[in-house]
Design a protein around this ligand. Sequence first.
Ligand SMILES: NC(=O)C1=CN([C@@H]2O[C@H](COP(=O)(O)OP(=O)(O)OC[C@H]3O[C@@H](n4cnc5c(N)ncnc54)[C@H](O)[C@@H]3O)[C@@H](O)[C@H]2O)C=CC1
Ligand SMILES: CC(=O)C(=O)O
Length: 309
Amino acid sequence: MTSRIAILGSGEVGSTIAYSLILNPVAGEILLVDPKEEVRDAQVQDLSDATFHGDTTTQVRAGTHKEAGQCDIIVITAGAAQKKGESRTDLVGRNLKILGSAIEDMKPFRKDSIIVLVSNPVDILTYFAQKMSGLPKDQVIGSGTFLDSARLRGILAQKCGVAASSIEAYVLGEHGDSQMVAWSHASVGGVPLELALPDTSINKSAIAEETKKKAAAIMENKGATAYGIGGVTASICKSILFDEGSVRPLSHYQDDMKVCLSMPVVLGRKGVVRQIPMKLSESEKNEVEESAKSLREIIEDVEKEQEKE
Ligand SMILES: NC(=O)C1=CN([C@@H]2O[C@H](COP(=O)(O)OP(=O)(O)OC[C@H]3O[C@@H](n4cnc5c(N)ncnc54)[C@H](O)[C@@H]3O)[C@@H](O)[C@H]2O)C=CC1
Ligand SMILES: CC(=O)C(=O)O
């Protein structure tokens, strides 16, 4: 394997993504990039220990922003994480500055590099990363609601007594407070939810709320989330490098709504190959539009501030 993945930010999330990529190797090399050099180097040493057993072919080393700009995939976890009581969108000012300087430091980008945003607020940062990087929009995506959808499937699996892998269910829209569940497309083993589980009472709004609040519930007691996003991001990297054509709910540009938010897309080596059109119910469509509206308002506020500067 000769492909290289750069991970910007070697904190909780960046190091966990690297660990997932070592356990499930898809790239020849992982570069950790972080201005906190001592932390970065300690993470490289610790992660390298995980490559010494088994038959992993992935090597880990410290890298520079310039080197990152020449990698197949650049995963961005750089930036502040939420503190207790903060929402993801509270991070926008701090993390947009960090994103801007990291992107400038990485330029010029290799023409076929794919940027995967993970830092929050991920939909807003994906939108601005598309503008700042100059790469085609299809090559700049955010992990979006892939993690929320995994959480939803886990919760439904427990309630229904089936494997999570047998459940198809999408959380769409913002990776944040305005996200929604596309219940009209939820299925068990390919059979619509209502039909497959006629005797199981499912409180949809309670499940949607539990899904939305899961990150906050984890952070309440351990301060951060890392394993879920670690697995999800490693899976995104695999789909890209192996040109899998997997369908995933990822944050990408929506021409009609002028924001980045999550809808299912076909993912391959060129990034978003195409969006999978969904026939949502009228109320679901409204929920997605409301989600887009709340993201649009944040973008407009940021753009107004940028004009003043
Ligand atoms: N999209 C998602 O589903 C999830 C997103 N996150 C987000 O991921 C981000 C990172 O979270 P943690 O790893 O817990 O934070 P952390 O504080 O542990 O690590 C962030 C790292 O970024 C580094 N950094 C700062 N500026 C940088 C630059 N210019 N280039 C490279 N690295 C730089 C910092 O030195 C630090 O080591 C947060 O914004 C958090 O909200 C976290 C979990 C899930
Ligand atoms: C922190 C975050 O965005 C999550 O775990 O969903």
